[in-house]
Design a protein around this ligand. Sequence first.
Ligand SMILES: [Mn+2]
Length: 302
Amino acid sequence: MKTSLKSLGAEQNFLGIEKEHSAFNSSRIIIVSAPFEHSATRGTGTKEAPHAILRASRQVELFDEETKCEICKEHGIATLPPLNIARKKDESALQEIHETVLDLIGMNKFIVTLGGDHTISSAVIAAFAKKFDNLSVLQFDAHSNLRDRHLGNKYSNASVMARVCEFLEPSKLVQVGVRAQCKEEAEYIRDNNVKVFYAYEIRNGSYTRFLKYWDDAVVEQLTNNVYVTFDVDAFDPSIMPATGAPEPGGLFWAEVMRCLRKVGQKRKIVGFDLVELAPIKTLHFSELTAAKLVSKMLNYAL
Ligand SMILES: [Mn+2]
């Protein structure tokens, strides 16, 4: 057991929660900060994201007006000190993330991992795949991240889902919001039956049927246990400019909330991560949006 059991106090933790509802032992939800940034092929600054999200989260209400819950009082939310991985090389950093998450899952905690660049997600998802049968992965992202390597690097954010597909059946990967990929990725998707909901298909109504929307089609593709990996570049850059590889034509807040709400109602969300936020000092609404997304996801999942 390497995982630290100390959790951060109200001045530093997620939502600024008093000790009574943020102690490690009594909390079901654990926030893990993984400030890992190596494959800076699409810009830099993601290692600053966990701290920025936690700081911004103190502006997010404890009460959710939609679910009428104060999730921190019902389940407890403990925030661990950030993993000390900033200077580690790819494989040892990913190993540490993996072992930490595996430990916490073994303690029946609900884990939220804050990246960091997207590379961290393969280490986290590998831990969930060991614990949960019949797991599918719901990936919100502008990119497929299915290149086998990027600039010679296996552990790149552009290759993270190729790593995931080494232990997860590719047909259990569901991607939403994709609008930038290479030919190699398109061929991999076709040959391996990855489920992709392209942004252009969502916009042109490809999945819209009588009283059914694209998010209903997403839910149908998911198995009972769902892990959500959320790259903030899935959002349109107009609402989420603070990311290394912004792509026009992205998703908007309300439609993402509707999708997550449906997934939470019809499937079991077992954990999630939020990655690729690269804070911009003068545009702090991005980290506030990220913090609110974490709060919403917890409300829908639990
Ligand atoms: Mn992306």
